[in-house]
Design a protein around this ligand. Structure first.
Ligand SMILES: NC(=O)c1ccc[n+]([C@@H]2O[C@H](COP(=O)([O-])OP(=O)(O)OC[C@H]3O[C@@H](n4cnc5c(N)ncnc54)[C@H](O)[C@@H]3O)[C@@H](O)[C@H]2O)c1
Length: 440
């Protein structure tokens, strides 16, 4: 069942739907958004941050800076220390006067998301590790809360299907839902992708995507920690929690390529492994992946991601067509090169992490619906497909990947529960072995 399929399941309703804030306004009158007690006028918009790490803290600050009505009123994290650090950083910002966290609205633990979502808030920021995204999004939608959630949307196919099912309910309830694909909100991306869609580089032939970077943090094991506590603290290095870096980080590039193409691949084959980052502190993820994705029209996306110090780095996406090419740099400029013409360049402009929040709260205040899940879910699924290809060493079809029942999460989420991946007697975790591992 690893054949290409000519008729892949599609869940992208309108790939370009959330790209331009102005286009959202076109449907505002007919749909409307769920009215919380505060949606209508100048009243406070109360926010809970769930997952008080680096990005969550940044997202809360972005939300406070996006709109003078926002108030941060609840914080939740697996660990009290992360709540404390996050709150300290936010209180050091000029927006600190709109932080008002009653003592009992600091929630700690693996299920801290639940009381935070159920407290008297209008919107939740879901910024914990992506392995928890499906369960937290389901809870937020069930409680009728507007959502900003970080990418990726899930770490496996069952998780992504749960996100999509919850999202159908979110749309029925008229909830605003933004997803942290900040590049889609940056001016040069909107401009250049629009030009590609308008035919600037001719017929699209090939795309390249890179997230080649250095090592990330490691959080050493503490005496007395349960295995679950250790893995959640070091979530990046466990596939069930992060998806591996092809899903957690490279999803940015993959999402942009899907946006440029206007669809998702039908199959992938690739290779990867761990060559440098082989210590027991690096859990079960790879340190490099290289994948060839094939789209239904035969267009290829060559995707590379590596986390190894001392090597060539790039966070960029490239499109090649019959008349020219485009280069987009995640933290730099963008360039359009059309054969026979001088190339055109765009500076980075305003940081998309702020713009995505500006756009979300403009929609909120304006009563305009926005839901970014449909447009970005296939980016998460494409990255998961790529991981299935590198872990297995086989060609994997979108159909097989999307319908996979390989659920990476443990059955229960408590500190004493056993994760599915456990260390051997020397402390090393079993990793995928291409040619052997059944990865979907
Ligand atoms: N859009 C971007 O540019 C961008 C950048 C960085 C990270 N991210 C995404 O943001 C998310 C968080 O990444 P980070 O860099 O902030 O990591 P981080 O480790 O700094 O923060 C994650 C936080 O979640 C907490 N946590 C773990 N399990 C939890 C649970 N069950 N409930 C509540 N909190 C829990 C952790 O204790 C930690 O404080 C990831 O999905 C990541 O991919 C996005």
């Amino acid at each position: 069942m690893n054949e290409h399929t000519s008729n892949p399941p599609r869940f992208t309703t309108s790939r370009r739907s959330f790209l331009m804030a102005s286009s959202i306004g076109a449907v505002a009158g007919s749909l409307g958004i769920a009215r919380t007690a505060h949606a209508a006028g100048s009243d406070a918009i109360k926010i809970a941050l769930i997952g008080c790490g680096g990005r969550g803290t940044g997202a809360a600050i972005n939300a406070l800076n996006a709109c003078p009505n926002t108030r941060l009123v609840a914080l939740a994290d697996a660990f009290q220390a992360r709540v404390d650090i996050s709150l300290k950083s936010i209180l050091a910002q000029p927006c600190a006067d709109r932080v008002d966290i009653p003592g009992n609205w600091q929630f700690v633990g693996l299920d801290s998301y639940q009381p935070a979502i159920e407290s008297d808030v209008d919107m939740v920021l879901l910024c914990s590790p992506p392995g928890f995204r499906p369960i937290q999004y389901e809870a937020a939608v069930a409680a009728g809360k507007h959502v900003f959630m970080e990418k990726p949307l899930a770490t496996d196919a069952p998780g992504l299907r749960r996100i999509l099912a919850a999202n159908n309910l979110a749309k029925e309830k008229g909830l605003l839902v933004a997803v942290g694909h900040h590049l889609r909100h940056e001016d040069r991306y909107r401009e250049l992708v629009q030009r590609i869609h308008d035919g600037a580089i001719g017929k699209l032939m090939l795309m390249r995507a890179y997230f080649n970077t250095h090592n990330l943090w490691v959080r050493p094991r503490k005496p007395g920690q349960s295995e679950m506590e250790y893995q959640v603290q070091n979530w990046y290095y466990f596939t069930w929690l992060s998806g591996d870096h092809i899903v957690e980080q490279h999803v940015h590039d993959i999402d942009i390529c899907n946006w440029i193409h206007g669809g998702h691949p039908v199959s992938a084959q690739g290779m990867g492994g761990r060559q440098v980052r082989i210590g027991k502190e690096y859990g079960d993820i790879f340190d490099h992946h290289a994948v060839e994705f094939t789209y239904p029209d035969g267009v290829k996306m060559y995707s590379y991601c590596r986390q190894t110090p001392g090597c060539w780095t790039s966070f960029s996406q490239h499109a090649h067509g019959t008349k020219g090419s485009a280069r987009l740099d995640g933290e730099g400029t963008a360039e359009l090169s059309i054969d026979g013409e001088p190339s055109k360049r765009w500076d980075r402009g305003k940081d998309g992490h702020q713009v995505e929040m500006d756009d979300l709260f403009a929609a909120y205040i304006g009563g305009r619906p926005t839901n970014e899940v449909d447009a970005t879910a296939d980016g998460t699924m494409t990255a998961i497909l790529g991981r299935m290809a590198t872990y297995s060493g086989k060609e994997v079809s979108w159909d097989d990947a999307f319908h996979s029942n390989l659920d990476l999460a443990p059955e229960t989420l408590t500190w004493d529960a056993k994760p599915r991946v456990l260390p051997d007697e020397k402390g090393y975790y079993p990793c995928a072995v291409p040619g052997v591992t059944q990865a979907w």
